[in-house]
Ligand binder design. Sequence first.
Ligand code: FES
Length: 506
Amino acid sequence: MTLPAGTSIRHLGHAGFVVEHAGLRILIDPWFHPAFLGAWFPYPDNRELLPETVAGRYDYLYISHTHEDHFDERLLAQLSRETTVLVPRFRTGEPGRRLAALGFGEQVRLGHREQYRLGPDCTATMLLDTSHKEDSGLLLDLGGHRFLDLNDCNTPMSELPGDIDLLAAQYSGAMWYPNAYDYPPRAMAAKTAAVRADLLDTLVRKVRLTGARAYLPSAGPACFLDPELARFNDRERTIFPHWEDVAERFAEACPTTEVIRTAPGDRIDAPAPPGRWHSDPEGYLADYRERRRTEWEAYHREPVEPVTAAEVEAHFERLQRLNRPLLADYRAGLRLEAEGTAWGLALGRLAEHVELEDEPVDPSYVIRVPARALRAVLDGRTGWEEALLSMRLSLHRDPDVFDLTLLSLLRYGHRPAQTRQLVRERTRTETIERDGLRLQRYCPHAGEDLSHAVIADGLVECPRHHWKWDAATGACLAGGALPLLVEPAEPPKDAHPPRPEGRTTS
Ligand code: FES
């Protein structure tokens, strides 16, 4: 890859970059310290870059979102507060608020597609996930070289910019489904294979839609150094493959796209040959585990105050109070198990109160959570989203159907601006016409623009997480339980009147 004179892009590992152009320096998503209850570590190890990253002078800092593998608070606390921060303008006010609390007073808050001039021939354009999820990507125009850093952000496909020289985006999973569920081996293998295929399909679409001439695998996978979590380093049986595990299929799908494989510290125009992390990943990981022993052991050393039923009840009552519009008439059973203690939670109608029952309710979801992790959630030191990402929790569901309401309550309930947006998304009525169908424009799961849906064989498939619906009835056949509004675009004269509006069933 050739860059304009005076431009360099250096990969710090994971989703981190230092971009230099015409004397400007931009630091992007630097991540060095363990994330998510001490579970995630950067892979390959990038710690040797920490001193120079901290000592560096930057004109701009960009933090894409608040996940701890992007918002590394320990690192941020060491950076100069003189740096101007490019901040995605999310509904919740994060991450601007947290950056301000750290002392970053100079902030440029940018909404979706807003552009900011960084220098005479250098602009930054913010791209948001416009759904209730809060994530962002950044398009940097560096004297005509267009670098699109999408990290793990899912900007709607219809909103992606084109004519991209370099795309940095996720190819590996960063989610607890399915590997944190207790599926039997055969079901787990099938679900894992499906998610891996979907991840690659989504990446290929992004490459094609952006016209990316070069692609840099970024934003994962992390590694798990705590021996308790070692099984998630299995690159074949999890949704966390290495690039080499998917490279061939990518090359088949995007044969003209140059792939730039980097290790931490590499400049993208001169990446070094892969090191031991590539030739001997197991040995490399074993040594890495020893180097960071005190860090992953810290999670286990933390004293744990026993959790009481009153605390659990108060926690869920608060979540429900904050999220009445989301819950509406929702009613479901959740069983929470924490090392020998179990609580049956009847999440209540109209979110008036949570019924904490002595005897287990009939739960559709069971969450097994280490007492330490539950204590951290109840104390507000971490959220359910982060606890789930840690892979320290184990889940069971029966029926095996994704419950968007429950998971949204857990993941976003403490920031109800997100769940209110989810409710708005459920009532959106905009439609599009495709392949003889009139269907709702935005995916009922997470708002992807279905202008790019795959419609074939009687199915409508969302291009983001690949939920599938019956094109005739709108019934959800794979992924979740939310129906899609769909009908013939021009119903024949003798057709029955349109069916009533579908409603959320989860
Ligand atoms: S946005 Fe997730 S399946 Fe459509």
